[in-house]
Design a protein around this ligand. Structure first.
Ligand SMILES: [Zn+2]
Ligand SMILES: [Zn+2]
Length: 275
């Protein structure tokens, strides 16, 4: 697959928050300003303030995707949707039916008609705001868990967090993207030496836990191609990682391949935008 640098770029990624205390990101189409929110695990105030900080107009939210039912991805959904409803904004809520069944938050916003629910499944393509959305499964200890590839013209953006391993279908869906948001949750040594109870350490490291910095590096090395421009390290643990380590680890992969892509880290309490 070849990707010319002359092709049009459409996507911007705004990470409003990333980590075990709360997650929310926005994929924006730069030409229309329309956006798709991924996860809503932050409070209403943070959501609206951070949208303003990154220059994203909340009136242009077309859909909210939910990756899985864990509270760090869902706990702000009700209050944010109520805030949007006051502005007359009623986005599509796109997630897997099993995730709705496992989340009182999701069940409630759907039954109160704060959004239009659209069930989605892995290995399927959908269209929202002229963006083609490819949904794929991640490997996590949730009833169902999803990752996404967004496509518009020749431009593509891949998003994967909360996955213990990168499944083959996820890997295939991430090939050839220009912007890659990739979980880089923990440093193995820091996790092993941490105060976490044994069970939690095992959970994080398991095939249904979270990707380590080293796993992210292996995945990145297999996704390198000429059109890759931005890599964002996601869902970084505040206990078992630093904000510097994922950047250094992923940068090493790029340097070894003499690849010019830029690596950034996403924060829990600070916004990051790439385009
Ligand atoms: Zn999470
Ligand atoms: Zn999770």
């Amino acid at each position: 697959m070849t990707h010319q640098t002359s092709s049009n770029t459409y996507f911007k990624l705004h990470v409003l928050a990333s980590g075990s205390k709360g997650n929310a990101s926005i994929v924006e189409r730069a030409d229309t300003g329309e956006g798709i929110v991924i996860d809503c695990g932050i409070c209403k105030r943070d959501f609206f303030v951070r949208c303003e900080e990154v220059g994203f107009d909340v009136y242009r939210i077309k859909a909210i995707l939910i990756t899985h039912e864990h509270s760090d991805h869902t706990k702000g959904l009700g209050v944010v949707l109520r805030g949007l409803a006051k502005l007359g904004v009623s986005p599509l809520l796109m997630t897997h039916p099993a995730i709705v069944g496992a989340s009182t938050q999701l069940d409630e916003v759907i039954s109160k008609n704060l959004c239009t629910y659209m069930p989605i499944e892995p290995q399927r393509l959908y269209e929202v705001s002229d963006i083609c959305l490819h949904v794929f499964a991640t490997s996590h200890d949730a009833v169902a868990s999803l990752g996404f590839r967004f496509m518009c013209g020749d431009d593509a953006l891949g998003f994967i967090t909360d996955t213990g391993v990168v499944l083959p279908e996820a890997h295939n869906a991430l090939l050839g993207v220009r912007i890659l948001a990739l979980e880089s949750n923990h440093d193995i040594d820091m996790l092993e030496k941490s105060e976490y109870p044994y069970n939690l350490k095992m959970r994080v490291q398991s095939n249904r836990g979270h990707l380590s910095n080293d796993q992210a590096a292996v995945e990145l090395s297999q996704l390198l191609h000429a059109g890759l421009e931005q890599v964002v390290a996601m869902h970084v643990s505040q206990n078992n990682n630093t904000y510097r380590l994922p950047v250094e680890t992923l940068q090493r992969v790029l340097s070894q391949a003499d690849h010019p892509a830029c690596v950034r880290v996403a924060y829990q309490d600070r916004v990051v935008s790439v385009s």
